[in-house]
Design a protein. Structure first.
Length: 75
């Protein structure tokens, strides 16, 4: 599966048993990319912010475009 994440192209290998390709949800992708924590992160899919409560039901598709943002502190 091909995804554009933060303006970079990522290819996930296709395999019948590969959970990262078949039925990939936004929650699964975020856990794969950020196994330690997704706290303070927001995701936009095709220019629409996806509520964290919707991550488990948001299925990703070939060529989807995502923007992942991380909240930071500063002054």
């Amino acid at each position: 599966m091909r995804l554009e994440i933060n303006q970079k192209i990522y290819e996930f290998p296709a395999s019948e048993n590969d959970a990262l390709v078949n039925g990939l949800t936004l929650e699964m992708l975020m856990q794969h990319l950020y196994p330690e924590s997704t706290r303070g992160m927001a995701v936009a899919l095709k220019d629409h912010v996806i509520s964290r409560t919707d991550w488990p039901e948001t299925t990703l598709h070939e060529n989807d475009r995502l923007l992942i943002l991380t909240a930071t502190q500063g002054g």
